[in-house]
Design a protein around this ligand. Structure first.
Ligand code: THU
Length: 143
């Protein structure tokens, strides 16, 4: 059962996302994004976007955080929330590819907290951000 995210946890994730955003490697877009992922065990996993001159290997901040957590030994579906920040007019929303990865690794109910440099905050869930997501039959059975 997923425990509810406290305001303190939200504020913490937003602060951490803002800090890691500064480490983004973005020589092509010059658009920095930061992400902070909280695991159910309380550990924090940070990500920034990392671009590449051949463009397609570019990794978004959200996926950097998720892949780091998985590589550190965290199981899929053991995450509590993710916060994302970028300098957008409205609070930034994850790209389609990240939504699909969030669906598989975090499940539909996990909160996604989105903000921008103006400090505006929006909150959603993975499932609300990706209705009708593709799910492998064996994954569906595991849910
Ligand atoms: N980007 C992210 O890291 N996360 C998002 O939610 C949206 C887009 C990155 C990809 C690329 O490095 C830059 O932002 C511009 O698209």
């Amino acid at each position: 059962m997923m425990s509810k995210l406290t305001q303190q946890e939200k504020d913490f994730l937003l602060k951490e996302a803002k800090e890691v955003r500064e480490r983004a490697y973005v020589p092509y877009s010059h658009f920095k994004v930061g992400a902070a992922l909280l695991a159910e065990d309380g550990t924090l996993h940070l990500g920034c976007n990392v671009e590449n001159g051949t463009l397609s290997p570019t990794n978004c901040a959200e996926r950097t955080a998720l892949y780091r957590a998985i590589a550190d030994g965290h199981a899929p579906r053991s995450f509590k929330a993710i916060a994302v920040t970028g300098n957008t007019d409205e609070p930034i929303t994850p790209c389609g590819t990240c939504r699909q990865v969030l669906m598989e690794l975090c499940g539909p109910h996990m909160p996604v907290i989105m903000t921008n440099s103006k400090g505006e905050v929006a909150e959603s869930t993975v499932g609300a951000l990706l209705p009708g997501a593709f799910v492998l039959p064996e994954d569906e059975e595991a849910r």
